[in-house]
Ligand binder design. Structure first.
Ligand code: NAP
Length: 386
């Protein structure tokens, strides 16, 4: 049987007991463990995949911490996580026309689209009975995969960094810019100031902004990531210099720098996947008519803001959640041309996935964390897996 990582409610409870419910002390590698799983039979519209590489995703962290909801408990006590993967097609159902054996594909994690295509639930998280892709093999519906653009100029690890984060950034960007343009036309303001706070989704969001000619600013605590983005013309702002906005004076100092960098205008568009102290700083940095967009709540699920202040400055807060299947396909077209992700300095072995998750939780990453699952790569990607 293929090996597959699992999270159990017992493991979460045991680890929480060990640290006396202090989530800052949780070791995620104690919670996510190797298991085995018999895959479902391949149906007419299914595709059988050998998983080649995956990225460590933050919602697995949220599942292990049970900090948003205890999704493992809600789903019966055990989940098989992993909602971003690159795989090789090793079998196809009788009605599958778009894929054939040997194709290399990326997955998407829209678990169940609503009437407009937006996810009601996320695959391998809250979608009932969904089995994730932190495993050696998987069976997926053909609607859940997109051909991997192997000629896009990215290596396999860079491609593996994108299936979840790039569509999220793509959706955030098209929404943020769409809302901004409802208020301020291109004729009135062609080039806007766009800021994102540290993290993989934010860096991809800023690559979209930069590719369209806007001024982009990456406010991050990681010197490695800031340096990588500077090479793409995205200015770094050192979040560490402002103690990650721990106090009022930190925020004041940050606002002074924002004003200086933007000629007094502030940020027209802000991407904040973190909330917590980052939210207030991001909101205060907004220009009039600004848009603050988010799909994340890494530091807090709650935000507090002055409604009168937002009204008078005409600020819009918007919330998104992953992408539609059509948006995923569209975002995949931009791999390499726009999306050039930074990769963590170590590509982890499959057996080291729990350590990767732990190190991500402790914010030790110098880029997006990648796990190599397959030892033997297919000929079509052998030269990309370096
Ligand atoms: N709803 C959706 O569709 C969706 C999709 C993707 C992600 N998400 C969520 O969005 C969040 C970010 O995801 P991601 O993939 O971009 O994560 P990521 O690549 O792992 O980045 C997270 C970043 O958080 C920053 N950080 C860590 N601790 C911090 C602190 N105390 N204060 C300020 N910043 C801190 C770090 O940046 P620096 O050290 O560089 O500052 C780190 O790189 C997660 O909560 C994830 O679950 C939601």
């Amino acid at each position: 049987m293929p090996r597959q990582y699992a999270i159990t409610a017992e493991a979460i409870a045991e680890e929480r007991k060990r640290v006396d419910d202090d989530l800052s002390q949780v070791d995620v590698s104690h919670i996510i463990a190797l298991d085995e799983l018999k895959l479902r039979d391949v149906g007419p519209h299914d595709v059988h995949l050998k998983i080649l590489a995956v990225s460590a995703e933050h919602n697995v962290d949220h599942a292990a911490l049970a900090d948003t909801v205890n999704i493992t408990d809600m789903r019966g006590g055990k989940i098989y996580p992993g909602n971003s993967a690159v795989g090789e097609v090793i079998g196809v159902g009788s009605s599958v026309g778009r894929f054939e054996i040997g194709d290399v594909v990326v997955t998407h994690c829209n678990g169940e689209p609503d009437d407009y295509g937006y996810p009601l639930r996320i695959w391998a998280y809250d979608q009932p009975d969904s089995v994730g892709w932190y495993g050696e093999e998987a069976v997926v519906g053909d609607w859940q995969i997109v051909h991997a653009p192997l000629e896009c100029g990215l290596n396999l690890w860079e491609i593996a960094a994108l299936p979840l984060r790039a569509p999220t950034a793509y959706h955030l960007w098209r929404r943020a810019m769409g809302i901004y343009r409802l208020k301020v036309s291109r004729e009135q303001k062609a080039v806007v100031n766009v800021m994102g706070f540290g993290g993989g989704v934010s860096e991809l969001f800023l690559m979209l902004a930069r590719s369209e000619g806007h001024n982009a600013f990456f406010c991050s605590g990681s010197p490695e990531r800031r340096a990588a983005l500077e090479k793409l013309g995205i200015e770094g702002i050192d979040q560490g210099a402002y103690n990650r906005f721990a106090g009022r004076d930190d925020v004041k100092g940050f606002l002074k720098e924002v004003k200086k960098r933007t000629g007094g205008q502030g940020m027209h568009i802000v991407c904040d996947m973190l909330r917590g102290p980052v939210f207030a700083a991001g909101l205060a940095a907004q220009a009039r008519q600004g848009v603050n967009v988010s799909a994340g709540w890494q530091l807090d699920t709650q935000v507090k803001y002055n409604s009168a202040g937002c009204s008078t400055k005409q600020i819009t807060l918007d919330h998104t959640h992953y992408e539609t299947p059509a948006g995923v396909a569209s975002a995949t077209e931009l791999y390499g041309a726009v999306f050039k992700p930074t990769i963590h300095k170590e590509v982890y072995a499959f057996e080291d996935l729990p350590r990767a998750m732990h190190e991500m939780n402790k914010n030790l990453m110098t880029g997006i964390p990648i796990i190599r699952v397959a030892q033997q790569m297919p000929e079509s990607v052998a030269s990309l897996a370096v």
